[in-house]
Write a protein that binds this ligand. Structure first.
Ligand SMILES: Cc1cc2nc3c(=O)[nH]c(=O)nc-3n(C[C@H](O)[C@H](O)[C@H](O)COP(=O)(O)OP(=O)(O)OC[C@H]3O[C@@H](n4cnc5c(N)ncnc54)[C@H](O)[C@@H]3O)c2cc1C
Ligand code: FES
Length: 282
């Protein structure tokens, strides 16, 4: 039984599928786009949901990755990967035709609006991963979509060509000024928040906290959702390894990132508690 009463994802939609690698494209140093033929996942994956991927032979535990691109016509899904350790290195060096075990979709994704308005997507580094799929779904609902894409340097930015056409003006920022403006995403955030109904953010936890605080101050009427990372063993609620500090009606509780998250309303996250947890992949 779940330790908290926040909504959980619907595990009945998840399938364990033998996906076929169609190719891996190198996009920048340590950054790759992995494309898999995975018909079951293609028809089910919603923006912000993730899959647990496993290569054989490879690490015992599957690794979690957000669905980045979903192409129902081709039956393919893509993942935007940053090489970190053994699992991501193996995925980045897959040959076409290799098999990848894909378990998904898992987790709770971003809320998709019932009525059209304006959304702002805020990405930090590889946190841009879920946004091609999210932007495609929002545009299909008639939403205006602004995009704030930030990274350490130009070769760490998600390439614009992976996003769908038709975005409202987007802004790029890099820490070193090698592309777009120099600075952090929060330096460009204020000017993009005007008139926004929804803010969706994914990136390192300190960035998510700063974006949430700024949005709450400057655009309190907007829905703000963040995609949080935690170390994951199983991805479906049994290992309890992905426990994160949350708030339920303002009271601190612990939830499971893989079941109640990874996407959460910004005011459901206990940011101070999260800051006290050991750093992992930032
Ligand atoms: C919901 C979710 C979505 C993610 N989406 C993406 C994505 O789209 N692109 C991307 O590049 N990365 C993404 N990540 C991070 C990615 O899962 C890790 O980089 C990857 O698991 C590292 O595996 P490794 O074998 O290369 O590293 P190793 O160091 O060899 O292994 C990492 C081990 O630690 C655990 N672990 C530690 N920290 C984390 C963490 N923050 N997240 C997950 N597992 C961790 C893993 O379960 C694994 O057992 C996501 C993480 C989560 C939780
Ligand atoms: S990853 Fe195992 S419970 Fe969440």
């Amino acid at each position: 039984m779940s330790p908290v009463q926040l909504p959980e994802n619907d595990l009945s939609r998840a399938r364990d599928e033998a996906a076929t690698c169609l190719g891996v494209e190198e996009l920048g140093p340590g950054l790759h786009l992995l494309t898999l033929e995975a018909p079951a996942a293609t028809s089910a994956a919603l923006p912000g949901e993730f899959a647990q991927l496993q290569v054989e032979p490879g690490p015992l535990l599957r690794r979690p990755f957000s669905f980045s691109g979903v192409d129902p016509n081709r039956g393919t899904v893509s993942f935007y990967l940053r090489v970190y350790g053994e699992g991501t290195r193996k995925l980045a060096h897959l040959s076409p035709g290799s098999t990848v075990r894909l378990l998904g979709p898992l987790g709770r994704g971003f809320s998709l609006p019932e009525t059209s308005g304006t959304s702002l997507l805020v990405a930090g580094g590889v946190g841009a991963a879920p946004f091609p799929h999210l932007a495609t779904q929002l545009l299909a609902r008639g939403e205006r979509v602004r995009w704030l894409n930030g990274a350490a340097s130009s070769d760490q930015l998600l390439p614009t060509r992976l996003m769908p056409g038709g975005l409202a003006p987007s802004v790029q920022v890099t820490d070193d000024g090698s592309s777009g403006r120099q600075g952090l995403v929060t330096d460009a955030l204020a000017e993009l928040l005007g008139g926004v109904d929804r803010v969706y953010a994914c990136g390192p936890n300190p960035m998510l906290q700063a974006v949430s605080q700024m949005a709450a101050r400057l655009r309190p009427e907007a829905l703000v959702e963040v995609s949080i990372e935690a170390p994951m063993g199983c991805g479906f609620g049994t290992c309890l390894g992905c426990s994160i500090p949350l708030l339920l009606q303002g009271a601190p509780i612990h939830g499971l990132c893989c079941r109640q998250g990874p996407v959460l309303a910004a005011d459901q996250v206990d940011w101070e508690g999260l800051r006290r947890q050991p750093a992992h992949l930032e």
